[in-house]
Design a protein around this ligand. Sequence first.
Ligand code: ASN
Length: 590
Amino acid sequence: MESSTMTKEKRETRVLVLYTGGTIGMKKMDGGYQPKTGFLQSQIKRLPMLYDEEYTKVDLIERSTAARCENINNAENTPLLEELAMPISSHGVRVLYYIKEYNPIKDSSNMTISDWIEIALDIKDNYKNYDGFVVIHGTDTMAYSVSALSFMLENLGKSVVFTGSQVPIYEQRNDGRDNLLGALVIAGHYVIPEVTLYFAGSLYRGNRSTKVSAGSFDAFDSPNLPPLVTMKVKIEVQWDAIFRSNNGSKFSVHTNMNPNIGLLRIFPGITAETVRAFLKPPMLGVVLQTYGCGNAPNNRDDLITEIKKATRRDVLIINCTQCLHGPVVDQYATGKVLMDAGVIPGSDMTPEAALTKLSYVLGKTELSFNQKQELIRNNIRGELTVAHTKEQFSLKDNSFIAAVASSLQISSSKEMKYIRQALLPVLMSCATSAGNVKTLEELLNQGADVNATTDYDGRTALHIACVEGNSEAVKFLLQHGASTQVRDRFKSSPLDDAIKFRHKELVKTLRKAGAQLMKTSMESAVELCRLAAKNRVEDLLVWQLAGVDLNACDYDKRTPLHVAVCRNNAETVAFLLEHGVNPYLRDVFG
Ligand code: ASN
């Protein structure tokens, strides 16, 4: 599996399914729909699109032994799970999956923070052994769990897809079958290193999603971010929009979630007593759901006083709108009054994301209050859109280039594609001249063309690296397909630049990579004779390393040796003779 395409060679992928509960596996009983142990797996085995019975029968013993040998499916705390095989997909991939049923399986209304921790630890314990993860979960609190897990799983590098259904999978008309199928296909085919939610044909970023319907199969929406994947005739993945929070560190799990959090929805006439009671200790983090784009009454000193008292006690308060769409902004006096009271604007975060982020951030006990506030304000898992900052950046600054480079990956809008096309070459040029190979690598991973011209003069990153004499960048670019034969507007190749700036080692590297001098022998002769006249032995050496013929002659058939002798330039004469120049060549004058 790859991040942007599916690998052709790899035919089998393994997905661990954590079945926590929810309607999908419930059965109608006397007391209404209830979870029933073992029921979901038995129903799945009746569905050919989810279970390839023939394949399972063949070589069953052989394959399960192989699985054990590969240390698949036997992580600590995980009993040996039955291998279920999907039929081979149209992409030539067979997804093998293993269902770990929780004990007890729950209606998601009964979920607590400890359930989030259990899911996180299961992913951690099995991380190495599977290509992706599916979490089957009830829909009622799925948006909370998926948001919480998006924060708890740090430096995630694999797909984690939550799904469930509105109608149990055993019923004739149900959405469970397609939802589970879609989630398994995504987790088994694509590396989308986020915690996501798949429902009714769309894959949403988990911390952007919310349950919007109790009666429709389209139960979820992501009001402020379009889906990351849409299942149509073809599977459309918005690779530009994938948020890659992995900063190169090892995958880890943060389980210290603080329970002293709450959601407070303001309403006309809310009393100061209610607010005071809600904010009193042990409360440490509150999502304040305000009107419109983040407004609260600015004629209610009593309310604001209570909020101020709480923020002064280091209670983290986030301002989120009661509206489904749109962010909190600071346009109105009624919004500013909250900012002045120390409330943090939550941009376009869903209340579920804001609440679970508070629990996560408050669990980072090593951080100061200011650092926690900063983390809340920042976009750490793609959960919020960061408003434009007025800070000045410089394209000469490595960290800025790196920041822009990574932020290009988290884009969500269509225009980002065009911005990226325009910016990537510029960033390539900046990263090259700053000698920042790591950023170059990141840019290439994001689709930058290694041979793109980075400015109006048609110069490529390799030209720039050759001028700068940055051998690490030159080697990196050559290894990644940079052409040595490109010429800029003034007909200079990267080799010409390396010669001009006397970077001998680079000249050798370029020659090894197949670089050819693109000068006529007359052009070379004119240049060599000029250097010989000036006794510039160092330059002549660079030209010689570049593969020039030191016997090249000008219009009068005069060679650099003729010129050096006439000028009595002994070092040049010695150099030329040492390098095999023919002393018997005659010019037109005999
Ligand atoms: N009450 C169920 C649950 O959240 C609803 C569902 O899954 N559709 O577990």
